[in-house]
Design a protein around this ligand. Structure first.
Ligand SMILES: [Zn+2]
Length: 210
């Protein structure tokens, strides 16, 4: 018997932590049964890059592919959770050279972000990110999908733009904002389904592993 599915998305919440400068996540119930409405109804206002979400190439490539055109293969199937517990700044190409990647692999990186950054009451500017040389290395390894356990593959006020340009420019599908605290390193079945938002440069997604 297969083990039960485990959710590795973070919950969307009113006022939740978001990338500095991005619009806030607002979740408000506009119809309330306790006030006489026939049903409850919630209004959402959020950036496409809120919480656990995917980046489409369009995020950093002017004519890149948009969310609704994403093929499903990069987000459904076997994936590998790689734990990099010792990284305290950025994931470098040297950190990755000791790992054997496979062409077309779906890879999720678990770092201290999963337990540390998500537990903070403010945006964590020192979250572990992927340095540009590591991004280039992942492109050379021809992985299909890369997931990270905080809000960006690239660092805050570091080489974040470059990291995005390298990976999205090479057609790697990017999942950001995972929480892998409850998941050990190893191989899993993954289902990651981002919302089908026409023309969007990203979309919130629910990600489950088994
Ligand atoms: Zn994003």
């Amino acid at each position: 018997m297969k083990r039960p599915w485990k959710c590795v998305s973070v919950p969307l919440r009113d006022g939740m932590i978001h990338w500095p400068g991005d619009p806030a996540c607002q979740i408000q119930r506009v119809n309330k049964m306790e006030e006489g409405a026939v049903c409850n109804l919630t209004h959402l206002s959020l950036s496409a890059h809120t919480g656990t979400h995917m980046d489409a190439p369009r995020h950093f490539i002017a004519d890149g592919m948009t969310m609704e055109k994403m093929p499903l293969e990069p987000v459904i199937g076997r994936c590998r959770v790689i734990e990099l517990a010792d990284v305290v700044d950025q994931i470098t190409a040297d950190d990755l050279r000791v790992i054997k990647f496979a062409v077309g692999q779906r890879v999720l990186f678990k770092t201290r972000n999963s337990t540390r950054s998500w537990a903070m009451s403010e945006f964590d500017k020192d979250f572990i990110s992927i340095r540009a040389d590591a991004a280039q290395y992942l492109v050379e390894q021809k992985v299909a999908t890369v997931g990270v356990d905080y809000l960006s593959i690239g660092g805050y006020e570091k080489d974040g733009v470059e990291t995005h340009q390298i990976m999205l420019g090479a057609g790697i599908w990017v999942i950001e904002g995972l929480n892998l605290a409850e998941v050990k390193a190893g191989f899993y079945d993954m289902i990651c389904l981002p919302l089908k938002i026409d023309g969007a440069d990203g979309a919130p997604c629910r990600v489950v592993l088994r």
